[in-house]
Design a protein around this ligand. Structure first.
Ligand SMILES: [Zn+2]
Length: 193
């Protein structure tokens, strides 16, 4: 692709087309550093099956990759911790066992950890309906049970936000700010799962 010769490729892959549903949507995210103007990300979507095309631009402030890590320990952490999530952010919990990835269908949101867990629960319940094997169903049921416990503050877990543009944030309850870990980047090597 011509644009990759001067834009930096952040992501390139094939995803499901929102129009025809085929796994033939070519997605490219390219970063352009334009002097005296700033950074721009170009999102390009092109479906080789139905011909759908879409291009989007995002202007960036001078921000860097940020990772936030916070241990949810009780009900107060669940109801009072706020999560600010931009479209480029990955939210995951290695111990509870979920990951919400950035991508074409990613949505930006501001919610409490409680609200986030309800989203996770909703996704899991949809997966349960779609799942065809009994083994998979029982795994999903177990996961749902764990998320319900987490919602009641009965199952501590670690919440991690990773955003290459630093536009996302975890805000702990008042007085618990010092428990929040912030890093430039938690690499997968140092992340103990
Ligand atoms: Zn298509």
């Amino acid at each position: 692709m011509a644009e990759s010769s001067f834009g930096k490729v952040l992501y390139r892959g094939v995803e499901k087309c929102p129009i025809c549903g085929a796994n033939s949507l070519e997605v490219a995210e390219l970063l352009y550093e334009i002097p005296s103007f700033g950074n721009v990300i170009l999102y390009s979507y092109r479906c080789s099956n139905c011909g759908y095309r879409h291009v989007d631009l995002q202007y960036l402030e001078e921000k860097k990759w940020k990772t936030y890590k916070y241990d949810i320990k009780d009900e107060r952490d669940v109801t009072e911790t706020m999560v600010f999530r931009s479209k480029t952010c990955r939210i995951r919990s290695p111990d509870l066992g979920f990951s919400i990835d950035p991508g074409i269908a990613a949505e930006a949101f501001i919610t409490t950890v409680e609200g986030l867990l309800y989203k996770v629960l909703d996704l899991a319940e949809r997966m349960l309906v779609l799942s065809e094997s009994e083994e998979e169903k029982s795994k999903i049921r177990e996961f749902i049970e764990n998320v319900r416990k987490a919602l009641r503050g009965e199952k501590p877990f670690t919440l991690i936000l990773e955003d290459p543009y630093g536009n996302s944030l975890i805000r702990p309850p008042r007085g618990r700010e010092d428990r929040l870990e912030t890093q430039g980047l938690i690499s997968s090597e140092t992340d103990k799962e």
